[in-house]
Design a protein around this ligand. Structure first.
Ligand code: BYC
Length: 310
């Protein structure tokens, strides 16, 4: 069996493809694109919540938020490592991100204006991320699928901590409940955008599904998220900002309104509320970390020449 036949057989049998297996160029490229984009999202995603660490309302909430933001850094690192197994270096991925040639999730270009936004991000953004990532634990590329298993466990904790913040606010004063409603109003639609364009407009879905990278479509995942989240909002006593949202008895799903796709594509193309600021912050952090990378490289050189002598 040649490499291509073996690859086809692995996909056909729904087995994992591993870094040393032969794989088509397109498979490698699409995985690098998606995994790098995913890793960048985790790292850029530290900014909106990091924004509230110094202003968390209690010491306990500060410690929880700090742990969550550190988890996101860890997710980024597992994912950069997974992408590196495909033959791209972390340095190259950073350069591509900083040059605007690699994307990251649209959601992280929106501002976190109040403490309730930290709750809404945990509840909705991590909730949407888990919906998407549970599917990716079954992705055909071994290192990506395995990274997803651990990430999903941590995301579940993140989603719970966000929901708990919302619950506390909703059981608090009228002003606190209004703050929670305002956060839901602003984060609802951007959260639905996380799942990407409609299936009919999705460039990569057909091929990624054929390769068992994607196991569910953008629209099916979005529907699953809406069905899961509406009862949670009802329990909080909050109103989802969508006049078209209603239970459809026949479909056994919620019907919901149309996303503002002009807004989605504007954000994806770099013109969202905070795209420039997010990348500027990221570039500055990278430049400021140069001495750490240089020191680590010097240490590694010294260490390897010592072990060569020994
Ligand atoms: N934002 O053909 P399509 C987290 C792009 S972080 C920006 O459907 P695909 C967290 C898409 O890339 C978790 N761009 O693409 C962290 C493509 O453009 P290119 C983030 C988007 O790949 C911190 C074009 O639109 N999760 O949990 O088949 C704090 C056409 O789309 C978006 C992931 O990254 C978007 N929303 O499907 C808190 C999940 N949507 O590349 C929480 C991994 C689409 O041709 N990624 N585009 O230039 C995926 O599962 C898939 O890549 C997507 C899109 C479902 C997002």
């Amino acid at each position: 069996m040649n490499g291509e036949q073996r690859f086809d057989a692995l996909i056909e049998a729904d087995h994992k493809v591993e870094p040393k297996d032969w794989m088509p160029d397109g498979y490698r490229k699409t995985l690098i694109r998606q995994i790098a984009q995913h890793a960048h999202s985790e790292i850029i995603g530290m900014q909106p919540e990091g924004n509230w660490i110094s202003r968390a309302p209690t010491l306990k909430r500060k410690a929880i938020l700090m742990a969550k933001v550190q988890d996101e850094a860890g997710h980024g690192l597992y994912l950069y490592s997974a992408a590196e197994t495909l033959g791209i270096s972390r340095h190259e991925m950073m350069d591509l991100l900083h040059a605007g040639r690699h994307k990251y999730s649209s959601i992280f270009n929106y501002p976190t204006l109040t403490w309730a936004d930290v709750g809404a991000v945990g509840w909705l953004v991590d909730g949407a991320a888990i919906t998407n990532q549970l599917m990716l634990t079954r992705c055909s590329y071994g290192p990506y699928a395995r990274a997803m298993v651990r990430i999903c466990k941590e995301e579940s904790f993140h989603q719970r901590q966000g929901y708990e913040i919302m619950l506390t606010l909703c059981r608090g004063s009228d002003d606190q409940k209004a703050m929670a409603q305002d956060a839901l109003d602003r984060w609802w639609w951007p959260s639905l955008m996380m799942f990407g364009p409609h299936d009919a407009d999705s460039t990569h879905s057909a091929q990624s599904t054929a390769w068992n990278i994607k196991r569910m479509s953008n629209d099916d995942l979005r529907q699953q998220f809406v069905d899961m989240t509406v009862p949670q909002a009802e329990f909080l006593g909050l109103q989802i900002p969508d006049p078209d949202l209603r239970w459809n008895e026949e479909r056994q799903h919620y019907d919901f309104g149309e996303i503002d796709w002009d807004e989605f594509w504007a954000v994806v193309k770099g013109n969202g509320p905070l795209n420039r600021e997010r990348i500027e912050n990221k570039r500055r952090a990278w430049d400021e970390g140069e001495w750490v990378r240089a020191a680590a490289a010097a240490y590694a050189d010294k260490h390897s020449s010592r072990s060569a002598v020994a």
